[in-house]
Design a protein around this ligand. Structure first.
Ligand code: UN1
Length: 515
């Protein structure tokens, strides 16, 4: 690995970066994990051209063989699981157990798509004419641009890249700059697994250059599909850009995921779920818990149990056994500070707020808080439907709490922010669970489980501000990375005109059984 991490186009490292930036360990900002050499917009466009050139040959490789390459990736990921996970922990501060889970998510994704290489089914369809056969085939869309976030620096890219490659597409991947060292390791595994030059290209670039490069590549017809995971704001701009080129991107955006706790719920289980989904990954998952909507009759008991759990939760050095570590990077710390500004006078704040340090300590902190970007976990009780805190994604360790009296009211509260990624209900009443699932506008619903932690082979994606209806994972993502081609084959030896030359079978419409 070179000392400066450079973009890869057609298998070659691209020299002369426009800028170099250190990537630091957010748990210990003095630890420089690597140096990223960022490229300009032109490199993005060149990468798109390389992907476009390589696509025909890659698609010509039979799908089961592409599946073998995916199998190789899965094997190498398994062999490198602990190393890659340790790097994830070091570069973005994700606790080791979670980082291992993240790498497992890639392995699971490979596992699923290896088999798809031997399926990728089309259909045979009866024709309305004799001596004619109809078929459908899944064809690759072409060259795909994948722009991903750094909170899941390897699992989420694999959700795009693995099926995209399996389906016969080539890829230009733009990872988050603050997780570039991990991204580079991920790329190397794909390259060593037998992915040919040009089939997977990587571009390290900032947001502005990426956008400009993408705009050029789309205008030049070099990109046929965009996959983006990130904020709703950037997703909207990407959606607009793709729309101008008649493309539908695959968008996986923010969330303000609600958890409803009914009066009959197992409260200890609900507290455990709220703790994990609210504060695991320091609240930096798109599926993280936003607001607990608890039945008014159990509000006080819930708050008591939840605040105890949050107070006692282990936080600190992500190499240790902690629930959560630091924020991902300075940019995320600044964003979270802004969310803390949404705390209003009518809120009841439980716990300390702000950065953990000598002047703002946390009992039982594991390690040295002043070394990194550590923030106190905070519960904000009494949030109201018009509060900024109720309506907006926070991407940090903060959970709002509000109450409801009827289930319809709880569902309306859950839908109010207008996102629609994940949701959860804790209840022992099946009627309430199904009524909730029917009423909540969310791509994902958990019953007696947390809002986060979706499995790698169920559809993943959201409604409203969480996306444009696209779904990743499992067989459902095939619709993102393939297009249906219909084929009709006439062997009658004459031109048979559909709708016109079709034989009509008449019925005796006056027929009635003897009454
Ligand atoms: C994300 O934060 O973008 O369901 C993805 C989950 C994880 C994926 C989160 N499997 O929480």
């Amino acid at each position: 690995m070179s000392s400066v991490i450079l973009s890869v186009v057609a298998g070659e490292r691209v020299p002369d970066p426009v800028r170099t930036t250190p990537s630091t360990n957010p748990a210990n900002t003095a630890d420089v994990v690597g140096t990223i050499g960022s490229a300009g917009a032109d490199v993005f466009t060149r990468a798109a051209a390389a992907a476009k050139t390589a696509q025909y040959g890659w698609a010509a490789l039979p799908a089961p063989q592409r599946g073998q390459v995916v199998a190789n990736v899965g094997r190498l990921m398994t062999a490198n699981k602990t190393r890659l996970a340790a790097l994830v922990t070091r570069e973005i501060g994700k606790p080791l157990a979670e980082a291992l889970g993240e790498v497992q998510e890639i392995i699971d994704t490979c596992d699923f798509f290896i088999g798809e290489g031997r399926r990728l089914y089309g259909q045979t369809v009866p024709s309305e004419m004799p001596d004619k056969q109809l078929f459908t085939f899944r064809r690759p869309v072409g060259a795909v641009a994948v722009i991903s976030a750094g909170n899941f620096p390897v699992a989420v890219p694999s959700w795009y890249i693995v099926p995209a490659l399996l389906c016969g597409n080539t890829v230009v991947w733009k990872p988050a700059e603050y997780s570039a060292v991990v991204s580079d390791a991920f790329y190397e595994i794909f390259a060593h697994a037998g992915v040919p030059a040009g089939v997977l290209n990587v571009v390290y670039a900032d947001g502005a250059d990426t956008f400009a490069g993408l705009e050029q590549a789309l205008a030049a017809g070099l990109i046929d599909k965009v996959g983006f995971t990130g904020s709703s704001e950037v997703g909207t701009r990407i959606g607009e850009l793709c729309g101008r080129h008649l493309q539908t991107p695959c968008l996986e955006l923010g969330g303000k995921n609600p958890m409803v706790i009914t009066e009959d719920a197992d409260l200890d289980l609900a507290v455990e779920g709220a703790l994990f989904s609210g504060f695991g990954t320091a609240g930096q998952r798109c599926t993280s818990l936003g607001t607990v909507i608890v039945h008014e009759s159990i509000h006080d008991t819930f708050i008591e149990k939840f605040s105890t759990a949050v107070r006692e939760a282990a936080m600190g050095d992500p190499r240790e056994d902690v629930l959560f570590g630091p924020l991902l990077d300075e940019k995320f710390a600044a964003g979270f500070e802004k969310s803390l500004g949404w705390i209003a006078a009518h809120h009841q704040v439980i716990g300390s707020t702000g950065r953990v340090g000598a002047d703002n300590p946390r009992d039982g902190f594991v390690g040295d808080p002043s070394a990194g970007l550590f923030y106190h976990p905070v519960i904000v009780d009494g949030v109201r439907p018009d509060d900024e805190l109720f309506l907006n994604e926070t991407f940090g360790p903060i959970v709002g709490v509000t109450t409801y009296s009827t289930l319809d009211e709880a569902i309306a509260l859950g839908n109010k922010p207008g996102y629609g990624l994940s949701s959860s209900i804790y209840t022992t009443d099946p009627n309430k669970a199904f009524r909730f699932a029917q009423g909540i506008s969310a791509g994902m619903v958990s019953v007696n489980n947390s809002t986060s932690g979706a499995e790698a082979h169920l559809p993943f994606g959201g409604n409203g501000k969480s996306g444009n209806g696209s779904r990743q994972s499992g067989i459902w993502v095939l619709d993102q990375f393939t297009r249906w081609q219909s084929l009709n084959w006439d062997y009658s030896g004459k031109l048979q005109k559909a709708q016109m030359d079709t034989v009509t079978v008449e019925a005796d419409d006056d027929f009635l059984l003897p009454g």
